[in-house]
Design a protein around this ligand. Sequence first.
Ligand SMILES: Nc1ncnc2c1ncn2[C@@H]1O[C@H](COP(=O)(O)OP(=O)(O)OP(=O)(O)O)[C@@H](O)[C@H]1O
Ligand SMILES: [Mg+2]
Length: 288
Amino acid sequence: MFGKLLKSKNTASGSDDLDHDFGPMTAVQTPASGVSSNGNGLIHKVGKPVIETNGIMKTYKMGDEVLNALAGVDITIYQGDLVAIMGPSGSGKSTLMNILGCLDKPTAGTYKLDGVDVEKMNDDQLARIRNQKIGFVFQSFNLLRRTPSIENVAQPLIYANVSGRERAKRSREALEMVGLGKRLHHHANELSGGQQQRVAIARALVTNPAIILADEPTGNLDSKTGAEIMCLFQTLNAERGMTIIFVTHDPRIASHCRRVIRIADGRIVGDDLTTDFLDACKGDTFRE
Ligand SMILES: Nc1ncnc2c1ncn2[C@@H]1O[C@H](COP(=O)(O)OP(=O)(O)OP(=O)(O)O)[C@@H](O)[C@H]1O
Ligand SMILES: [Mg+2]
């Protein structure tokens, strides 16, 4: 069903519907909880905290020098949030995403993921909780290139010990969800960049995680394809209540979110809610 919403008809026919004027974001004072609508039928629901960090530090020792990649990050992300993280190169965005995604451990501070204290977990425990609760999307897709989409999507289910038949069923459903029901058996190297990223999103979704984390998911895509990915994120967020956090350098991509967190020198320097975020899915729907 999500395939119907992926791309506007105008875009499919080559017009520039998605290149509209991206105005400045308006900060509002309301807390990031409750229910809101952007006026285009996309209801944004936010609920209980799924991520709570307190004083997260990440320190690297390089010879005599100590580098604070994260210098005390307090962050609360709510169920149903769609959040963009922005900041200059080297400000700590990927370091933060890796810690939020249990790929890395903080040097100090506390981190509660979906109610579970994770900062003191060992590597095996982290791997298990990561598989259960987190779906990752990377800038460079990270797909097995000569492998069919359906098998790429099934990878996290292998680690979760799901049976072969169930893996195929759930992978097919996830690919249908991202509008790739007709590309199940295409190898990754037979797909466009945007399609590859949608396969990667299906792979992130297939375990039904609490949170999707995406580090510059549109960084390798042109602006129109990037807007399609944002449309998909908005739809998953609005219709499925998925919590999605992504890093972007592009203010136009960030302007599709209700919440934008800014980071500089390893610290949070801004956390704004907007009432007038953009709907990437506007216009007619598209079918494969
Ligand atoms: N393994 C590491 N060892 C030492 N320093 C590191 C390591 N990983 C990251 N850093 C440093 O930590 C800081 C934050 O890096 P990070 O990758 O989080 O930045 P970023 O905000 O994601 O940047 P970009 O926008 O370029 O991706 C940088 O100064 C980087 O050099
Ligand atoms: Mg980075």
